[in-house]
Design a protein around this ligand. Sequence first.
Ligand SMILES: [Fe+2]
Ligand SMILES: [Fe+2]
Length: 201
Amino acid sequence: MAERADLRRRPQRITVRDILRTAVNLEKKAMALYMQFTRVFEDQEELRKFWFGMARHEASHLGALALVEGVVENDPDVAESSKVWFDPSTVVRLRSLLNAYSREAGKKVSVERAFEMALDVEGSELEDVVVDLLHVVREQMVRDQAVKFLIHDLSDLSYMVEKFTNDEALLARADALVDHRVDALAADRARKASQGDARDE
Ligand SMILES: [Fe+2]
Ligand SMILES: [Fe+2]
């Protein structure tokens, strides 16, 4: 498969069409993992609800990717001309991580371990790729909203880590993820402002 051949290459800019299918598959796996956590913690209502919210947030990324796909199908030129930075080895790493975590979540996992797995998933480049792909939609509002939801969900994750664990290292990781998102939002806005309303390459 072309996708597999691409995976051996170095970090590169690849077309939206190439990455879309892969991103959808990874988002589905992330959603499935959080759904598994709703079962693991089904007797602890606050945790069950939280993990359901995380699954919903991945479902909203799938919706965002469907929107990108709609734009691409409607305008094939955009599909070929829009490119996204992506390290193909990230796909391999994240796919095997999600598969391993899914197996692990099939058994009993601790509250801490579930948070740790979520931080690994959220700290991967997957959400950056979704935000990058949203440039194709060219509506700043759509992208801003997606990033604001990300910040909101990661803040929730940080709050839950603080509430349910005494793990300072986990909390520091959660807070760093929120900061990363806030910085990325500011950078995206600055980039857009400096470009005016110019089309992304
Ligand atoms: Fe996601
Ligand atoms: Fe996520």
